[in-house]
Design a protein around this ligand. Structure first.
Ligand SMILES: [Zn+2]
Length: 545
């Protein structure tokens, strides 16, 4: 084993020297060969700082994600409030998994550093402002300084963050944290598979653990793995060595369902490597194509216990396998145009193949009306549409003191950006008025549903909402079983509540005919930072390795 094996083969990345020094230090201090885990080491007191800063940023949306978007009741959070902060789905919360497992160890103290819990707009807004990013990272750094020293740091990250004037935000967070905690501390992060990552995060941090499934079933599990491995590394029982590969493949999120081949096969291959080689972790980042950042696209990271050659070997195997499967990865999913999808839904009703899910995968703002337009135009009945986001309509209704039974005649949705389409006039009756679907953020919102046409119900929310389970409608006072078609804004997440449990008998993925933001036509996006023609399937002569 040579300490420079990894930096040399990752030669395209900058600052090899500092990393080599860091690696020498790590290897020198915690060589796995010399590990002697006597009882005193295994129970030595450990202090770990816990931080969270997650956002999936659709940088092509024309309005920024601002400081105030991250501030709502309960956010930012610190101390126990951060450590117990659940997202809307416990299984997705890496922090909860991290805390659970860390607390199974003796003498491990966790310190929740002040962190934002997310954006109230979800991923329905554009570039995060530099001001917002600096505000939270400065506060984290100050809190780390005030409460240090620490033996380790856990960063709950996403990887798909886009910040104005910060090329690689997650690496920047790790860099700033490293400055405070020093070279001796071990830093581990957890990530979303929609992270746009390369080797830079691992220049400043030691380990990363990425969610493997889409829908994201294993956030909790990856948090547990991060905790176990971080504590082992702090106590000298794990020496992280890493390798990173970026095969030049870029795909829209709708294509990345891991319930079908070949995405499933790549996940399976990662799992097999983890099964056959103890202490190996294989991260498969699908990438997030709607952030215009220099490190967008697919990536693999492999973490091994003091075995850089093995890390390199597995990283090559994963990346070369993905490259072999590139055609199927890109072209294996059927996506219908809106008008065709609505026609097929009508046919499915005739054939009794209901419930039908019409999933508009393309809407990134939440305000898109393409599907609603087609429902109205083709007179599709018995359809529950959730949701069309329209903050102005919601505020108008709030001012009017809206209540069930009120007549409704307004233009809804559209216009937030060109990809949202035109507003659609809906005439009907208000059916429900509620605080919205709980997103675990306790920020109560006003959501209104309107009955119109032939037993159709339109749910209007203030912001983008991705329905994942039919039961979410029950939160609003709506029984999804009263409808034959459920028209939602989701790419893959909905499969947990509509497919994996056998609920829907027909699933139709739809998008507008125009190559707008959010469609699979990624080359139609106005990139400023990413060179899309360097990626399969958009470039002419893209090769790998
Ligand atoms: Zn994701």
């Amino acid at each position: 084993m040579t300490s420079n094996a990894m930096p040399l083969s990752c030669g395209s990345h900058r600052a090899i020297l500092p990393f080599t020094l860091l690696l020498l230090f790590v290897v020198g201090s915690w060589s796995p060969q010399s590990r002697a885990v006597d009882k005193s080491v295994a129970t030595q007191p450990v202090r770990i700082a816990v931080l969270k800063f997650e956002h999936e940023t659709v940088t092509f949306l024309p309005y920024d994600t601002e400081l105030e978007d991250f501030i709502f009741e309960g956010s930012p959070a610190r101390g126990e409030a951060l450590l117990s902060a659940s997202s809307y789905d416990r299984s997705r919360s890496s922090i909860l998994g991290f805390v659970q497992l860390a607390r199974e160890h003796a003498n491990v103290e966790l310190v929740g550093i002040e962190s934002p819990l997310g954006s109230k707009k979800g991923s329905g807004s554009g570039w995060i402002t530099k001001e917002a990013f600096d505000h939270f990272v400065d506060n984290m750094v100050a809190d780390l300084k005030a409460q240090g020293p620490f033996d380790g740091v856990y960063l709950s990250l996403h990887g798909g963050m886009g910040v104005r004037d910060v090329a690689k935000p997650e690496a920047e967070i790790a860099r700033r944290v490293r400055e405070v905690v020093g070279s001796k501390a071990i830093i581990a992060g957890t990530f979303d598979p929609h992270g746009n990552e390369d080797a830079d995060f691992l220049r400043y941090a030691d380990m990363a653990f990425c969610i493997k499934y889409y829908p994201h079933y294993d956030g909790y599990l990856q948090g547990e793995r991060a905790a176990r491995t971080l504590i082992r590394a702090i106590r000298g029982d794990y020496t992280p060595t890493t390798a990173t590969r970026k095969p030049p493949i870029i795909t829209a999120s709708v294509l990345q369902w891991t319930g079908a081949s070949p995405w499933m096969d790549l996940v399976q291959r990662a799992l097999v490597w983890e099964a056959r080689e103890p202490d190996v972790y294989v991260n498969f980042y699908f990438g997030f194509a709607f952030a215009d950042v220099v490190d967008a696209g697919m990536a693999f990271q492999v973490i091994t216990n003091g075995n850089p050659e093995l890390a390199e070997h597995i990283a090559d195997d994963m990346a070369e396998t993905a490259w072999r499967l590139r055609d199927e990865l890109v072209h294996g999913t059927k996506v219908h145009y809106m008008d065709e999808g609505v026609k097929l839904a009508k046919q499915a009703i005739k054939d009794g193949r209901t419930p039908v899910v019409l999933a508009d995968h393309s809407d990134r703002s939440g305000a898109a009306t393409w599907l609603l337009q087609q429902v109205v135009e083709q007179k599709l009945g018995n359809t529950l549409i959730g949701t069309v986001a329209d903050e102005d309509v919601i505020e108008t209704l709030r001012a009017q003191g809206v209540k069930p039974g009120d007549p409704f005649d307004m233009e809804v949705g559209g216009e937030l950006d060109v990809s949202a389409g035109k507003p659609v006039r809906i005439t009907g009756t208000v059916q429900t008025v509620s605080g919205g679907v709980s997103r675990g953020r306790s920020a109560s919102q006003l959501w209104v549903s309107v009955k119109f046409g032939d037993n159709n119900l339109l749910v209007i929310s203030p912001y983008l909402h991705q329905v994942r389970w039919p039961e979410e409608f029950l939160d609003l006072g709506i029984d999804p079983d009263d409808y034959k078609v459920i028209a939602i804004k989701s790419r893959v997440h909905f499969r947990r509540g509509f497919y994996d449990n056998g609920y829907a008998r027909t699933i139709l993925l739809v998008e507008p005919r125009q190559p707008f933001l959010g469609t699979v036509h990624l080359d139609a996006l106005p990139h400023k930072y990413l060179q899309i023609d360097k990626f399969y399937p958009y470039g002419q002569n893209v090769t790998y390795p």
